[in-house]
Design a protein around this ligand. Structure first.
Ligand SMILES: [Mn+2]
Length: 315
């Protein structure tokens, strides 16, 4: 009999749901013994030798030609042209870059190929995966203050008490409802901490704003004393169309730009293309670039914000 299979998953809400869903399906439908562990971006460095000789599955992360099962929705999933050439849709692999998140791909695949009947609780998890991963929140208030079990669990990931904590959440997702997971004392405790961090970040944000002109905001949140909250610009300035800013990351200073999801202009500019001018990239709605040094990042953020204003005025 084959040994257990390990599911490696992207450490965010839709990645965890993907792992829980696939673990349940492999156990129920295929009678597999299943375990799971999150995968991080550092492991891409020697991707060709990842888990060599072992049986593994990958969800919501880069394609691997040796994966026994693989499901993803990231357009950047293939690390090399060779890998891309090895991908063919099959009974064990599926890819849909149009899907807002990964779990719906797995569920549709399991229904079609393996006769799986999706239980209600997995439908709920898939729904929230789409909302969270594609940032399709109804309002900035829902994005920041929503306390649905899914949103609580997702926010808790910002304060995970240990690296293997997400593995415990996945273990719960295999068999429990989101509501029951969110009520666990360690989740409740993490949520309280995450909420305090969020409120601190929202308090800190106004001091980082450089200027707001023509509904474009420029901010500098590069101080490591400042907590970051992705939607803070649109909470404090709901009328802006775009926010451009500098933030610190593990690999140096990052310039980020994005449209206000709750107040887009009637004609949008292409942020990804603007970022390409500076060696970065992204989609039409959001993009970024890693100039490295702080001085360079500040300079580029100003230029990007200027380009957004100019292109908006020309539309
Ligand atoms: Mn993900």
């Amino acid at each position: 009999m084959a040994g257990p299979i390990t599911i490696h998953y992207h450490r965010d809400f839709d990645g965890m749901v993907s792992a829980g869903v696939l673990a349940n399906i492999l156990r129920e439908v295929h009678g597999e013994r299943v375990q799971w562990r999150s995968v991080n971006y550092d492991q891409r460095r020697d991707w060709a030798n990842f888990q060599r000789g072992l049986r593994f599955a990958i969800v919501d992360f880069h394609f691997h030609p040796e994966a026994a099962y693989w499901f993803d929705h990231h357009p950047t999933t293939f690390l090399t042209p060779e890998d891309e050439a090895k991908f063919v849709p099959s009974e064990k692999w599926a890819f849909d870059p149009e899907s807002p998140s990964c779990p719906p791909i797995i569920l549709a695949h399991a229904e079609k190929h393996w006769g799986f009947k999706t239980p209600e609780r997995f439908k709920e998890m898939a729904y929230w995966s789409n909302v969270i991963d594609a940032a399709k929140f109804e309002s900035v208030d829902e994005a920041l203050f929503g306390d649905d079990p899914a949103l609580r669990i997702s926010r808790c990931m910002t304060v995970a008490p240990s690296v293997d904590w997400p593995d415990r959440i996945v273990g719960d997702m295999v068999d429990l409802r989101l509501e029951d997971i969110a009520m666990r004392p360690d989740v409740e405790k993490a949520w309280q901490r995450a909420v305090r961090n969020r409120d601190k970040a929202l308090d800190d944000f106004p001091s980082t704003v450089q200027w707001v002109e023509d509904r474009v905001m420029l901010y500098d949140a590069s101080s490591n004393k400042i907590r970051r909250e992705r939607f803070a610009p649109f909470f404090h300035h709901p009328n802006i169309h775009y926010a451009v800013g500098v933030i610190p990351t593990r690999s140096g200073f990052h310039v980020t730009a994005g449209v206000n999801p709750w107040n887009p202009p009637s004609k949008t500019v292409n942020i990804g293309e603007i970022m390409q001018t500076w060696g970065g990239g992204g989609h039409r709605a959001v993009g970024g670039v890693n100039p490295g040094s702080h001085t360079k990042a500040l300079e580029i953020s100003k230029l990007v914000a200027g380009m957004v204003r100019k292109e908006m005025a020309a539309l």
